[in-house]
Design a binder for this molecule. Structure first.
Ligand SMILES: Nc1ncnc2c1ncn2[C@@H]1O[C@H](COP(=O)(O)OP(=O)(O)OP(=O)(O)O)[C@@H](O)[C@H]1O
Length: 287
């Protein structure tokens, strides 16, 4: 399974949402990171054939994206704003969606649905109304519906937004399990989601690819740029003028400050090993 994207451009009127994007994606989990408005959702929607590209070539498993019917059979999609039939039960909603996917007879649907709901840990909620599910459970139901066609490509857009930490970890593990024998594209602006799940990633900003490759190589690029110092408030405000602050934590009267610097930080600062979040900030802030 692979995806090849060459020279992909998407214009909405005179707004360029994607600008000459080249990308190759292989089996496993692939992270697509970028700040708001970077073009992530546009790229996802083009891959699902819901949005037309302006220019460029896209092949999924050697099949051109213009072959919409074939492409759709290969794809499962969990959109950012996933919502289904709130008054149906979990089972009824899945049954209806399976019916729309032409899965028959009823006994075949039942087996498939029970199997999928077990995979996403919703087997104890068959009779729960969709509107009564927690945010995390709704996302898991979203994944179950996206898997109805047994897709070889699963696309999930901002799946962990609004989830509590426990649900977030659980959801990430679920995606990782699915990626063993398919491509899972995880689009997010939460760097942590990618840190623990995706070996390969791309970073988009204003429609252009800023980075593509292994997350460990991205981290290497930030070595020597990440510094910490314990500062009082005045000193912190001084630093803020010339450096990008990554995080601050109060420690007694001082503030432990983590910041980006291209080599000339203040005396009391100490270089530290970068995390993927640091490396992402360095790239996006252009330090
Ligand atoms: N239908 C549309 N018409 C006009 N402009 C659009 C449309 N959809 C997206 N855009 C613009 O294209 C750019 C990319 O948007 P997109 O939603 O793909 O970004 P994103 O990375 O998914 O952002 P977010 O993280 O906020 O969802 C933005 O500037 C957005 O305003």
């Amino acid at each position: 399974m692979n995806i090849e994207i060459k020279g992909l451009t998407k214009n909405y009127g005179n707004k360029t949402a994607l600008d000459n994007v080249d990308l190759k994606i292989d089996k496993g989990m692939f992270g697509l990171l970028g700040p708001n408005g970077a073009g992530k959702t546009t790229l996802m929607r083009i891959l699902t054939t819901l949005v037309q590209k302006t220019e460029g070539d896209i092949n999924i498993q050697g099949i051109d994206i213009s072959k919409k019917r074939k492409i759709r059979q290969m794809i499962g999609y969990l959109p950012q704003d996933f919502a289904v039939y709130p008054t149906l039960t979990v089972y009824e909603a899945m049954d209806y969606l399976a019916l729309l996917s032409n899965i028959a007879p009823k006994s075949k649907r039942k087996k498939l649905i029970l199997d999928l709901l077990e995979k996403v840990n919703l087997e104890d909620h068959l009779k729960t109304k969709v509107k009564a599910l927690s945010g995390g459970m709704k996302r898991r139901l979203g994944i179950a519906q996206a898997l109805i066609n047994n897709p070889s490509l699963l696309i999930v857009d901002e799946p962990t937004a609004g989830l509590d930490p426990e649900e977030r970890i659980r959801f990430r593990n679920l995606l990782r399990d699915f990626s063993e024998d398919r491509i899972v594209i995880l689009s997010t602006h939460i760097v942590e989601d990618v840190e623990f799940t995706c070996e390969d990633l791309a970073i988009l900003k204003e429609g252009q690819i800023l980075y593509k490759g292994k997350s460990r190589d991205l981290i290497k690029q930030a070595e020597g740029y990440i510094w910490t110092a314990n500062l009082d408030r005045k000193r912190l405000n001084d630093i803020r003028k010339n450096h990008h602050i990554i995080s601050t934590v109060s420690e007694g009267d001082l503030i432990k400050t983590r910041f980006l610097s291209d080599g000339t930080p203040i005396e009391e600062s100490k270089a530290v090993s970068p995390s993927i979040e640091d490396a992402y900030m360095k790239l996006v802030k252009g330090v």
